[in-house]
Write a protein of this length. Structure first.
Length: 126
């Protein structure tokens, strides 16, 4: 978890609070984690493995690996929305999942985490 730049580095309480809300999942190579157009209600942190971001027309946007995250747009409004791309596993992938409800709960105690998620999202659009 220390490789994920959104997590507070010098705040053990913040890291502990955040990580106890995460759900772990392993997705095998060749599977989709999310599909474009489906309901989005959580974000994902890649703990191990490599994924590809793909549009419905087959266009590959980029690949992401350990320490990266995706799906943060689902947290932006605080309500479920629709996915704008699919995430395909190029290898076996381990992820930690943060739901909208848990994100909102964490942000009550750690508003700086919410700011980091939104700022990183804006920077990724540049």
């Amino acid at each position: 978890m220390e490789n994920i730049d959104l997590f507070p580095k010098n705040d053990p309480g913040g890291i502990s609070s955040l990580t106890k809300h995460l759900k772990l999942m392993i997705i095998p190579k060749g599977e989709y984690i999310i599909n474009q157009g489906e309901l989005a209600s959580e974000m994902y942190f890649i703990l191990q493995g490599l994924v590809e971001i793909v549009l419905d027309d087959g266009t590959s946007i980029t690949t992401l690996g350990e320490g990266k995250y995706f799906g943060e747009m689902a947290l932006k409004t605080g309500e479920p929305s629709l996915r704008t791309a699919s995430i395909f596993c190029l290898t076996d992938v381990s992820v930690a999942i943060l739901t909208i409800d848990d994100f909102n709960l964490i942000c009550e105690s750690y508003p700086s985490f919410k700011l980091k998620v939104f700022v990183s999202n804006l920077q990724s659009l540049d």
